[in-house]
Design a binder for this molecule. Structure first.
Ligand code: ATP
Ligand code: TYR
Length: 456
């Protein structure tokens, strides 16, 4: 018995040290295919690799499962379309068997990343940041859940693991003096001052606060913590994050004899070239209470032809060969917007699930195709989302209510003879059907649909 136990011991030790250094669970030892990096590149999900996409780096990614992370600061209570780029990167790495960590920066959000900003962020009370962090977390969880439910059919065992963390986990109990006398000693002021985001702000009218200046050290420290706790060796981020990622690389390299890397992705922009996001004030949100599935779907349906292929590669899991064939068809008949329709379908499904996609299609059909059946099936929430800005009236339908009565109640026509004449002249349509008889009584199922709607 004793001999058997002794011979088992080293095996247990090996598994534990392997898991701690290279991934959150035992799947870390799985081998990964050799095409992963190339495909990520072709999709546009790899911009720059720091320090470089060396042979060692490719070997690291292709030989076995690694752990990669990306951070999201809860500076709002919802993710936006721009965030979908790093989320798609995380999901693609996960699909190829790597382990991913989505880090919610509930601590760093309070400091405020100066990257890409011309002015200082307003201070936000701690409880607001906490609420935003849990909303952001729920948003990230929804994306990962929808991915598994609707867009992944490879079997759960083939997916790498996904871990969600808050960075307050290591900051809440860290004293500022310990931080500065520990990790703080490893940073070099010349390097920190030289970062683009710092330089831009130093020379701006608003200047740069001490807290914003130190932001890069905190993001670097996150990378160090994730390296030490989860064996995370790669940080992902938009191209605006390169400086912060380089600091993390430098910090880990100074403290450990190991190689870590950063991968940045290109930023998606709107037609005027501004980064899609909060700061530019042009965000298309992923939470339904801010941007409805219908509005998200329509935004993508209206995407210019020049952008659609890039978005299909970045924001969908469609195989590249299928995207090529969609684009070949699209070039022949751009007016039917088949490529945009496919993009809208895939993205809405990921963001809002099957129910959200059906809702977006139902609303589109009601509004743009005058489809009565779709209008009939719309919920209260959908009606408010689609007819945003249009006046809504709620009233009890009493028997004997005529078209003229209803029009008066909602101020659709003036009182008296003029209102009567306007209806006779064909000025009023109910549920897409023109009405010429003001005395006609409202009939359930014809003028008032099953869901109680009368669209006038
Ligand atoms: N339009 C975009 N395209 C690609 N990546 C983006 C885009 N917007 C944000 N990201 C990336 O998402 C990650 C999280 O970004 P972050 O939480 O700072 O959001 P943000 O909208 O950039 O915030 P803010 O506008 O407040 O600076 C970062 O890696 C960032 O580069
Ligand atoms: N600084 C990133 C978010 C982030 C936060 C913490 C990190 O460890 C990494 C990234 C941004 O503003 O986009």
């Amino acid at each position: 018995m004793a001999a058997r136990r002794a011979s088992m011991w080293p095996v247990v030790m090996l598994l534990r040290s392997g898991a701690a250094r290279r991934g959150p669970n035992a799947q870390a030892r799985r081998r990964i295919g050799s095409k992963v990096f190339t495909e990520m590149h072709e999709r546009g999900l790899v911009g720059d690799v720091f320090p470089q996409a060396s042979i060692e780096f490719r070997h690291l990614l292709e030989s076995r499962a690694q752990t990669l992370y990306c951070g999201f600061d809860p500076t709002a209570d919802s993710l936006h379309l721009g965030h979908l780029v790093p989320v798609m990167a995380l999901l693609n790495w996960q699909r190829s068997g790597h382990h991913v960590i989505a880090l919610v920066g509930d601590a760093t959000a309070r400091i405020g990343d100066p990257s890409g900003r011309t002015t200082c962020r307003d201070a936000v009370p701690c409880d607001v940041t906490k609420e935003r962090a849990s909303a952001l977390r729920a948003g990230l969880e929804r994306l990962f859940r929808n991915h598994v439910l609707f867009l992944w059919d490879g079997g759960l065992e083939k997916l790498g693991s996904m871990t969600m963390l808050n960075n307050s986990e290591w900051y809440d109990d860290l004293a500022v003096v310990d931080f500065l006398s520990g990790a703080g000693r490893r940073f070099r002021m010349g390097t920190l001052l030289g970062r683009h985001s710092v330089q831009r702000r130093l020379h701006s009218a608003d200047g740069l606060s001490l807290s914003e200046f130190t932001y890069q050290a905190f993001q670097a420290y996150d990378f160090l913590q994730l390296y030490e706790r989860y064996g995370c060796v790669i940080q992902l981020g938009g191209s605006d994050q390169l400086g912060n990622i380089m600091n993390g690389h430098d910090l880990i390299s100074r403290m450990h004899d190991d190689h870590v890397y950063g991968i940045t992705m290109p930023l998606i922009t709107n037609v005027t070239g501004d980064k899609l996001g909060k700061t530019a004030g042009n965000a298309v949100w992923l939470n339904r209470d801010r941007t409805s599935p219908f509005d998200l779907y329509q935004y993508l349906l209206r995407l210019p032809d020049n952008d659609v292929e890039r978005y299909l590669r970045l924001l969908t899991f469609l195989p590249l060969a299928e995207i090529n064939s969609i684009m070949n068809g699209h070039r022949k008949q751009p007016e039917i917007r088949n490529a945009q329709r496919r993009l809208a379908r895939e993205v809405t499904l990921l963001v809002h699930g099957k129910e959200g996609l059906e809702s977006a299609k139902r609303c589109t059909s009601t509004l743009y195709e005058g489809n009565l059946e779709a209008l009939n099936a719309m919920s209260d929430q959908e009606l408010r989302e689609v007819f945003q800005g249009a006046p809504f009236y709620e009233f009890l339908l009493e028997p004997g209510t005529s078209i003229l009565d209803a029009c008066h109640r909602i101020n659709a026509v003036p009182e008296g003879r003029r209102g009567f004449e306007l209806i006779v002249a064909g000025a009023v349509s109910i549920n897409h059907e023109r009405q010429n008889n003001p005395s006609q009584l409202l009939i359930r199922g014809r003028h008032v649909l099953q869901n109680g709607v009368l669209q006038c």
